[in-house]
Design a protein around this ligand. Structure first.
Ligand code: SAM
Length: 211
């Protein structure tokens, strides 16, 4: 049973994994994916206000800060937020996706490899909260492990494993009408070959975005 104060968007096994693995996860030393850091920042004005969800160890946060963005890094795991805080030397919010209440506050939301843990039934609600948090024309980057149905990896973490079509329809329903979805092979903490979906979207804007 869910604890009373825990949202359905918070999977207990996934939460327990990140609490237990925080130090090891942060010590991995994998480099940021600079292609997406570059592309995301090129779509925004210098010094734009950006919320980063699920920042983990703060690896991408450091690269986004180096681009001059006015970044608010956050993570739902207090243990990983503490690791990110150590790395960045600045405060990192403990923020569960389900608690995102900001309105019209950010020019961009950056969510690398984190919304992939939201159960499918909860994803539209979380995407709506991100839509509300963005200003007009706001830019939203996120990435997911591709698949056909919800499931768990060998560590017990829950994944929504969307197909590109399912993801495009889900984004469009909540006010991101033209998400651009790129399919790329990569890997993850489990070191398995993994098909990834990288998604760029603009609030309420139809049509292509610059590559
Ligand atoms: N974005 C980082 C990166 O690319 O290295 C971390 C990715 S890690 C695979 C997933 C992150 O999502 C973890 O830091 C975890 O704590 C966070 N997370 C998982 N469920 C969450 C939730 N419900 N609310 C907020 N953060 C969550």
């Amino acid at each position: 049973m869910q604890q009373k104060d825990q949202s359905m968007a918070d999977d207990p096994q996934t939460t327990a994994f990140y609490a237990a693995e925080a130090a090891r996860y942060a010590a991995r030393g994998t480099p940021p994916n600079m292609r997406h850091i570059e592309r995301f920042s090129s779509l925004l004005a210098p010094n734009a206000a950006v919320l980063e969800l699920g920042c983990g160890s703060g690896r991408d946060s450091a690269a986004l800060l180096a681009k001059g963005l006015d970044l608010t890094p956050s993570d739902g795991s207090p243990e990983l937020a503490a690791e990110a805080q150590k790395r960045l030397g600045r405060s990192v919010q403990v923020l569960r996706f389900a608690d995102l209440a900001a309105k019209n506050a950010y020019d961009g939301v950056y969510a690398n490899a984190c919304l992939l843990h939201v159960p499918r039934a909860e994803l539209p609600g979380i995407l709506r909260a991100i839509h509300r948090a963005l200003r007009a024309d706001g830019v939203f980057y996120s990435s997911f492990k591709e698949g056909t149905q919800e499931g768990r990896d060998r560590f017990g973490r829950l994944y929504n494993y969307p197909s590109p079509d399912w993801l495009a329809a889900t984004f469009a329903d909540v006010g991101f009408p033209s998400p651009q979805i790129e399919q790329v092979m990569g890997t993850g903490y489990d070191a398995e070959p993994t098909p990834w979906l990288h998604v760029y979207a603009r609030k309420d804007a139809a049509g292509p975005m610059p590559a």
